[in-house]
Design a protein around this ligand. Sequence first.
Ligand code: GLN
Length: 185
Amino acid sequence: MRIAILALQGAFAEHQQMLRRTGTDSFLVRNADDWQQQKDGLIIPGGESTAMMRIINDGGLFEPVRNAIAGGLPVFGTCAGLIMLDKEHLGTMDITVKRNAYGRQLGSFHTVHEMRGIGEIPMTFIRAPYITAVGDSVEILAEIEGNIVAARQGCQIVTAFHPELNNDTRVHELFINSVINLRAK
Ligand code: GLN
């Protein structure tokens, strides 16, 4: 198994480190050539969604990435990566997102909270979005004070927080298991 990590901008190195710890092979995607490599899944990291959108467009990656996800490539989006999958951006997930939902300056915090299918996990939020509405095919995986901070739609998993910034690999394992399950079909 090999996971592509979109490395245009943001916290991609931390995701690669997490995958390494779970024994999963990965490679960084910086341009359309990198994207050609064989891959079983994709991680879209946190960062800044406006900048990431600009670079993905300029690099000719928007269509290929969107088509691959729409065609069933499993994807894990964290923070800005969550925003990238919403209706206003790549549009592959039926979610409505509020950016910088906790405020721009003081919007960073850490908590421990329940995530469905995992249990209590550390959650680090950095100028994070949250999901304000989901379609019927979206399963809510975590909610904090009524705000949706993790969700899944088919092979797409998103978190508003940054699992790659903690010592806990279980959210990455949840994603890897969904890739393994798909490959077994
Ligand atoms: N605030 C950023 C955005 O709107 C997301 C922050 C993050 O990825 N940590 O794109």
